[in-house]
Design a binder for this molecule. Structure first.
Ligand SMILES: [Zn+2]
Length: 546
């Protein structure tokens, strides 16, 4: 990109009237000595037109009268003649051939429109984009202090906005009343951290778009808000987004204003977007059992193998898997049990806010193949990085960019877990590997929970819901108390998670035992359960981890 340098003593330019009223070609002929600069002027004019359009839209929105267009153009040309330097920082502004409109000057209001500034020529300056972003709504003198280093650099609107979205330690109030009102409103409906995040995210975008702070917005007249909300939602009504997103944005903003007094007769009247009923189309690919074992066998490392089997057999969420610590299963692992309890508890939220939804503690299990895979993996990890601390994550990141001593204590990111699952699916030749996500393994787990057990029965729906960590009805809270794990462990062990299902063997054995104990009054099922439990305890001696 060539940039024609204009020095301070460059020859006079044609006067403004001539440039704007006559085609540039003619001007060129009239002033042949400066012809090499004309393409630059043309670009400058293009950029100016773009800025003018922005000014026009902005002024119309707040009902401000416009300056004389050609007088403003003269101001831009004066700046050009003076070396095209920013009025604030004095840096040279550049004009690029391919993108004349972006990356060049901006039209700046010394007293910002927000603070009551107008479009008069005295209030308008030509400055660089950087300064414009930094200055935002500061007054010129304060901004000069900032530029001279007398004041701390004031972050842009986006950064100052973030103050509003800082949430107090309780997670459901803010320093700012208008945000607290929204948070309280949300808190009454759900305690979900991700819902809260989503609401604040969209509200923040709305603030940036309208260049207003949340408290300013909450004070606008109803008609004005309706207009802004509708316009903002319209920006989502494009092929890039789904109309559901546009409707969602309306719902979110409506809640914000509702919680700040715009309800009842004062409720906002905003038009929604028509969305045809749709058949839910998910892009998930839920691998079948044999595919999952094939994935486990082809996983890139012992860790990845253990991760895949653990998600499948326990059904834990990605977030929960990240938050699991070695101490959570250490004892049962060392005892050598084949069905190991995986606890999920509220403190996990410190690692990932989604790790324990609704603060509901529960537990699930993993079967023999997964627990053996974990033992092998931990053994290898111990050999590589030394003993594992109780508080270390069960599955460590082992990221190569960090120091070796830290690799065993670094938590995996949720993205890493996603990649592990996807890349393994890819390595196994699963055609839709891109659609195999960690929660697909969780879904696969669910279908085993719903399915038949090895003795041809089903586990109760309550137990199924419990294992998957779904909210149980209030009356069922006491259903699963501390005395249950052993019963549930037994239930779990009957599920068909293992690669080789021994149901026929099991049935034959059951029949044989029943015959042997016929007439003794002994409950055959209890007898077998006792036997299985004892056998689990005996395994303790075969412990590869300690
Ligand atoms: Zn500047």
């Amino acid at each position: 990109m060539r940039y024609t340098k204009i020095t301070e003593n460059t020859t006079v330019f044609p006067n403004i009237g001539e440039i704007s009223e006559q085609p540039l070609q003619q001007t060129n002929q009239m002033f042949p000595e400066i012809k090499y600069e004309l393409p630059q002027i043309k670009l400058l004019r293009e950029a100016f037109e773009q800025r003018w359009r922005n000014l026009l839209t902005r002024s119309l929105r707040v009902g401000l009268s416009l300056p004389d267009k050609e007088a403003l153009w003269k101001k831009v040309m004066d700046c050009w003649n003076g070396g095209f330097k920013c009025d604030y920082c004095g840096n040279k502004m550049k004009i690029h051939e391919s993108t004349p409109s972006s990356k060049t000057f901006t039209i700046e209001h010394e007293l910002s429109i927000h603070n009551g500034g107008d479009n008069s020529l005295q209030n308008v300056f030509i400055i660089c984009k950087d300064c414009n972003t930094k200055k935002n709504t500061l007054c010129a003198s304060t901004f000069h202090d900032v530029l001279n280093g007398k004041k701390y650099v004031i972050p842009g609107l986006s950064v100052r906005l973030s103050d509003f979205f800082k949430i107090n330690r309780d997670g459901w109030t803010s320093e700012y009343l208008c945000i607290t009102m929204l948070l309280r409103h949300l808190g009454r409906r759900s305690r979900s951290t991700s819902t809260r995040k989503n609401y604040l995210h969209h509200l923040r975008s709305f603030c940036l778009w309208s260049t207003m702070k949340p408290d300013q917005l909450a004070q606008l007249p109803k008609e004005k808000i309706e207009e802004l909300v509708q316009q903002f939602a319209d920006t989502y009504n494009t092929p890039q987004y789904s109309r559901r997103t546009a409707n969602n944005v309306i719902t979110i903003l409506r809640s914000y204003f509702e919680s700040n007094g715009y309800r009842g007769a004062n409720a906002l009247n905003v038009e929604g977007y028509y969305t045809p009923k749709r058949y839910r189309k998910t892009n998930d690919f839920i691998p079948q059992k044999h595919e999952i074992y094939y994935m486990a066998d082809n996983a890139g490392s012992l860790r990845d193998r253990a991760i895949i089997l653990t998600i499948y057999q326990s059904g834990v969420r990605n977030s929960t898997l990240r938050a699991l610590r070695y101490k959570d299963i250490k004892n049962e692992l060392l005892e050598g049990l084949s069905v190991i309890k995986i606890p999920v508890y509220p403190e996990m939220k410190k690692i990932d806010p989604d790790a324990c939804k609704n603060n509901l503690p529960y537990y699930t299990f993993i079967g023999e193949e997964a627990s053996d895979a974990i033992r092998l993996y931990l053994q290898e990890r111990t050999e590589k990085y030394g003993p594992i601390d109780d508080n270390d994550p069960l599955f460590a990141s082992e990221c190569r960019q960090i120091e070796r001593e830290l690799r065993s204590s670094k938590i995996l990111t949720s993205r890493q877990i996603q990649l592990i699952v996807k890349s393994t699916a890819k390595a196994c030749g699963i055609e839709r590997w891109k659609d195999v996500k960690p929660h697909c393994l969780r879904k696969a787990n669910e279908s085993v929970l719903h399915g038949e057990t090895v003795d041809g029965n089903h586990i109760s729906i309550k137990t199924q819901e419990f294992f998957i960590g779904h909210v149980l009805e209030a009356c069922m809270d006491n259903y699963f108390d501390a005395t249950w794990p052993e019963t549930l462990r037994m239930e779990y062990s009957k599920l068909k998670f293992e690669r080789v299902v021994i149901e026929n063997k099991f049935k034959r054995m059951q029949r044989a035992v029943a015959e042997a104990f016929d007439g003794t009054g002994i409950n055959v099922e209890d007898l077998i359960n006792d036997y299985v439990k004892r056998k689990d305890r005996i395994k303790t001696s075969l412990n590869p981890v300690s």
